[in-house]
Ligand binder design. Structure first.
Ligand code: C2E
Ligand code: MG
Ligand code: MG
Length: 712
């Protein structure tokens, strides 16, 4: 049945409707209640590609695209049944398989009795509209020559980048890339060649960029690159260098001729140079002009101080390269000392640069630059070689086998040649692999922990030992720590510095010691400068120390001399147990009286005139009972005893006070910082008894038996 025939009623009006349906560009489809297609109009035939004969009697599902789920059709039917109509966009499939978008309206047609009789669907093919829309978007947002985003889209993207950078606390950079001498090329070869060149330049740049970086073309020969999520702004220099590199080779012209293109790059950095789109664009454009003025084929930052730094890095790179050639590096050795025997058990090799006109340059001033420029691999290999050469020399001089640790940088650790360098060097100098230790830092292992486990395992296979340097400063996960095949942990200097007075540092240090021992690893504390620090570490079972207290890093000859003379760390004798009492009071008179009163009790009595002095004495000497005055300038007795509680949990703490300062005392008691109060003035016998009881209490709790005879 055709459309015209379906309109069986007579009359002008109906003929007009029939004409409209036959001529409209919208597809019309009529079905019965069972969805059997009864009629379609010519536009339907044109849009779907089916002939009338192919669809009459069929179900409209033959147009189904498969892009909509059940819920979509369920909603459609719910609306049809409820409101008698449904309208929406949907995807259909033409006979040739092509999927197209359409706007469809389905209406229920009722018969004279008011019952549903037919469904009528009217749909508009949206595919052309979509194409037009896309083309329009492209025209508005993209450069027609290169297909790159234009200024308008660039600004939108840059705005997003800045918002993200502000949220994530990362750096972002805008790079304006300007081709040097492009005008000359345009003038001498014509615009057509200029255009071809711009397209070729675009392709080369695109091939070298990360997906997330937006490259756009502003005008003529100016490109803009937006870099986001930078960890440090200097990464933009690396990209600037990549751009120069990408343009290095010749471009081939349509006539077969070759042409060379160079670029200047101007960089502005978020947040230093502003947080607004326009400011950063203007900054980068200003910078690119400066780069051109300087002769082209280079990059410039917008801010001068960044330029100074960039220049310094370049200069440093050159200087380091030369230093390697001229052998200006030297290793110093810092002894590692055993805390029980006081003997030297090895050394850490620390690199120095004897830079002409600069003197001895410490590693922190050049390791980073070496790492950044990749020179670290050469330098690191030299360090390993020179340390092994020295070990062999010491052995030949009769000094015995000296164990040496060398530091390995992150990049060196990741490089595939490390294993090879280590194995070959050991073999070449005939050094026992277990005498060489590699110090790795926590942060470099945690970067790619799985990979790190594999690399470490390979190094262990050679037989060298591994140490975890600067422990506590990174973010080790305990799960990995147990999988790292290490032999030793080094407690970072930052925890050692205040170990005697700061309970926080002390807790970390003692936890590291306990952790290491539980994992059957040795522990070394770095940066030990005072006897008190050494004493505290010794009392807490740290194995070795390294630091100025025993020796600074010294030249190989001096180190050999220390070994030859058998120099030892003093202080081990303090570990021997005895009954020791510490009395802290800022009034010297009281200290003297107490000493006299307790003279015959058989205690070793230490006296301190301040809390700090008290902490120092505690670090150096094992003490079982601490008696402190409350009122002292600097740190109060309550505060002092609270710290003692954390630093020396076993020590019995007593307070001597003449005043009732309720608040602080209550707090000290509540925190469990104090075992007993003694009041001033005291009754001599009572005082003696109280202190005796404190020692007995200590023994009971700890099972400790001090030497010597107890007073009865
Ligand atoms: P590190 O491996 O943690 O080395 C310990 C640093 O602490 C050394 O600094 C050492 O001189 C210093 N130090 C030792 N005892 C004390 C002390 O009692 N007090 C204080 N304040 N400092 C002390 P240095 O030699 O300046 O080396 C610094 C860092 O440079 C090293 O830290 C290491 O990470 C790196 N480094 C040194 N040599 C090399 C090397 O050959 N290769 C690599 N990749 N890095 C190295
Ligand atoms: Mg180290
Ligand atoms: Mg360290």
């Amino acid at each position: 049945m055709t459309f015209g025939k379906m309109l069986w009623a007579d009359g002008e009006e109906l003929r007009i409707y029939a004409s409209i349906l036959a001529n409209t560009r919208d597809a019309v489809i009529i079905t019965d209640l069972a969805l059997k297609i009864l009629a379609v109009n010519p536009a339907f035939i044109e849009i779907t590609g089916y002939t009338e004969a192919e669809v009459i009697g069929e179900h409209p599902r033959l147009l189904k695209s498969g892009r909509h789920d059940r819920a979509f059709y369920k909603d459609m039917w719910a609306s049809l049944l409820k409101k008698g109509q449904w309208q929406g966009e949907l995807w259909n499939r033409r006979k040739n398989g092509e999927i197209y978008p359409e706007l469809l309206t389905i209406t229920v047609v009722y018969n004279e009795q008011g019952d549903p009789a037919h469904y009528v669907g009217v749909s508009t093919d949206l595919s052309q509209l979509r194409l037009d829309e896309e083309r329009f978007q492209r025209l508005v947002h993209y450069d027609s020559l290169t297909g790159l985003p234009n200024r308008m889209l660039l600004e939108v993207r840059l705005q997003h980048t800045l918002e993200r950078a502000s949220r994530d606390g990362t750096w972002a950079a805008v790079l304006v890339i300007d081709l040097d001498c492009f005008k000359t090329i345009n003038d001498s070869y014509g615009y057509a060649v200029g255009d071809i060149l711009l397209v070729a330049v675009t392709r080369r740049l695109q091939a070298r960029l990360r997906q997330e970086d937006t490259l756009s073309r502003l005008a003529g020969d100016q490109f803009v690159l937006v870099l986001e999520a930078l960890h440090e702004y200097q990464e933009s220099e690396i990209v600037a260098a990549t751009i120069q590199e990408a343009l290095e080779g010749p471009f081939t012209l349509p006539d077969g001729g070759k042409i060379y293109v160079r670029a200047s790059v101007g960089i502005s950095v978020y947040p230093q140079n502003g947080d607004k789109v326009q400011d950063l664009l203007i900054g980068a454009e200003t910078a690119v002009h400066r780069a051109k003025e300087l002769g082209g084929r280079q990059f410039c930052y917008y801010t001068s101080e960044l330029n100074v730094q960039a220049r310094a890095t370049l200069d440093m790179e050159e200087a380091l390269r030369q230093a390697l050639e001229q052998e200006e590096f030297v290793l110093y050795y810092q002894p590692k000392v055993d805390l029980r025997s006081g003997q030297i058990v090895g050394a850490e090799a620390l690199v120095r640069w004897q830079r002409p006109d600069f003197g001895l340059v410490p590693p922190l001033e050049f390791i980073h630059a070496a790492e950044k420029t990749g020179l670290i691999e050469v330098l690191g290999a030299w360090v390993i070689r020179d340390a092994c050469r020295q070990m062999k020399a010491w052995l030949e001089k009769g000094l015995g086998e000296i164990k040496v640790a060398v530091n390995v940088s992150a990049r060196q650790f990741r490089s595939s040649s490390l294993e090879d360098v280590v194995a070959k060097t050991l073999a070449h100098y005939e050094v026992k692999p277990s005498d060489l230790m590699l110090e790795l830092t926590e942060s470099m292992l945690m970067e790619e922990p799985e990979e790190a486990v594999a690399r470490m395992t390979a190094l262990k296979r050679i037989g060298v030992r591994l140490s975890l340097d600067d422990f506590g400063t990174g973010y080790s996960s305990l799960a990995y720590l147990s999988r790292f095949p290490i032999d030793q942990m080094k407690i970072d200097i930052s925890f050692v510095r205040n170990i005697v007075t700061d309970p926080g540092s002390a807790t970390i240090a003692t936890s590291v010691i306990a952790l290491a021992h539980r994992m059957r690893l040795g522990v070394v504390a770095e940066g030990v400068e005072t006897e008190a620090q050494a004493g505290y570490l010794r009392q807490n079972n740290c194995d070795e120390i390294q630091g100025y207290l025993f020796s600074k890093p010294v030249p190989a000859e001096e180190f050999a001399e220390l070994v030859r003379q058998g120099v030892r760390l003093s202080g081990q004798e303090a570990v021997r147990p005895s009954r020791a009492l510490l009395v802290v009071d800022d009034e010297i008179g009281i200290l003297e009286v107490l000493q006299r009163v307790l003279a015959n009790e058989g205690y070793k009595i230490f006296t301190a005139a301040s809390a700090c002095e008290g902490l120092e004495l505690l670090a150096k000497n094992p003490v079982q009972v601490v008696l402190s005055d409350q009122r002292m300038p600097g740190m109060s007795g309550a505060e002092f005893l609270s710290r003692v509680k954390i630093l020396y949990p076993d020590a019995v703490r007593m307070m001597l006070t003449g005043y009732a300062e309720f608040d602080t005392l209550a707090q000290a008691v509540n925190e469990g910082a104090i075992y007993k109060f003694l009041t001033k003035p005291w009754e001599v016998d009572q005082l003696r008894t109280q202190i005796r009881e404190a020692f007995l209490y200590y023994e009971e709790v700890t099972g400790y038996r001090g030497e010597g005879v107890y007073p009865k």
